[in-house]
Design a protein around this ligand. Structure first.
Ligand SMILES: [Mn+2]
Length: 124
C-alpha cells in the first residue's frame, strides 16, 4: 500500500507573507504530483492554520487546498485526517463534502503485514 503522511502545513489564510505564499505553492504542487501515487494520504494534523466548521461558509483562502484534496479523493486516494494541537473545530464539511475521515486522537491500520500507528504526537 502506498501511504503518504503529511502534517503541520499550517496553510495560512490571514494576510499571508511572501514566505507563506511560497509554502502554499509548494504544498499545492506537492498535492498535484501526488495524484495517482498514493492509496492513502494521512493528514496528520495542523494542515490548516485554523479550521472552523461554520454552518454555511468555508474560508475562501483554503479553496485551492480543498480542491486538491477533492481531486486526490476523486482519484481514489483514501484521505484520513488526525487532529493536531491547533485543530479543534471540525464538523461535517471535510467528511461530507470531501470524503475525509476524521480522527480526533490517532489512527492505526494494518498494511502489507505491518501495523502502523499515526498520531500528531505533540502530547508525547
Ligand atoms: Mn502541530
Amino acid at each position: 500500500m502506498r501511504i503518504c503522511v503529511i502534517s503541520d502545513l499550517h496553510f495560512k489564510y490571514v494576510t499571508p507573507t511572501a514566505e507563506d505564499r511560497e509554502n502554499a505553492n509548494l504544498v499545492l504542487s506537492f498535492l498535484e504530483q501526488a495524484k495517482g501515487n498514493y492509496d492513502l494520504m494521512i493528514l496528520n494534523g495542523d494542515i490548516f492554520d485554523l479550521w472552523y466548521d461554520w454552518e454555511f461558509t468555508v474560508i475562501k483562502q483554503y479553496f485551492p487546498l480543498l480542491v486538491k484534496l477533492h481531486e486526490l479523493k476523486a482519484g481514489g486516494c483514501r484521505l484520513v485526517h488526525i487532529s493536531g494541537n491547533h485543530d479543534f473545530w471540525f464538523g461535517n464539511f471535510l467528511p461530507d463534502y470531501l470524503g475525509i475521515e476524521l480522527h480526533a486522537e490517532h489512527f492505526s491500520l494494518e498494511a502489507d503485514t505491518k501495523k502502523i500507528y499515526v498520531c500528531h504526537g505533540d502530547t508525547y
